[in-house]
Design a protein around this ligand. Sequence first.
Ligand code: AR6
Length: 189
Amino acid sequence: MILKSINGKRLVLKIGDITEEDTEGIVNAANSSLMGGGGVDGAIHRKGGPVILEECKKIRETVYKDGLPPGKAVATSGGNLKAKYVIHTVGPICRSEKMTERNKEVLKEAYKNSLLTASELGIRSISFPSISTGAYGCSVEEASKIALETVIDFLKRDNVLEEVRFVLFTKDTYEIYKKSLNEILKNED
Ligand code: AR6
């Protein structure tokens, strides 16, 4: 585990299963339908139970009739999870190894809007998975830099969140995030 202090707030990198986290909020790497799927999305719905899907259906019937656009975020309760809230967001789909400028922007928005949603709910701690680096195929090297830069930037300005965790499913992903974080913090010195 890595713990860094950013503007007095905690930034944590760890290996783990995000559905086990006890932060007040956890972020779901969902798809626009909000109807569940594989990967982290499937795991969250399985462990959280049917309440999450019911709330997602209501969101689809009211605010996002055409689906949640990539880069946006929306909250439901956490059902049976330890987390009180699940914040669903949709990252970009990368078709090649390199991310396009548009995809970078969408990924940044996905993190930023998830953080804003958390802050608006008064959540003090939140866990993120590595959005878009599984089924959506973006490179972990590039996605980790965007993820970390966006979170660090937010923590420097926000006064609600006290802790942000990246809960990475594999050691390989964790190592790449660790390297990106060290590079970002070194460049800031
Ligand atoms: N805890 C933490 N991270 C996890 C977990 C878990 N329980 N399970 C998987 N990961 P993905 P995406 C990691 O595919 O690329 C879904 O079907 C995984 O190893 O879950 O944004 C949705 O419905 C990877 O590092 O999300 C969408 O259709 C990261 O989470 C689509 O996949 C993201 O992998 C979204 O694709």
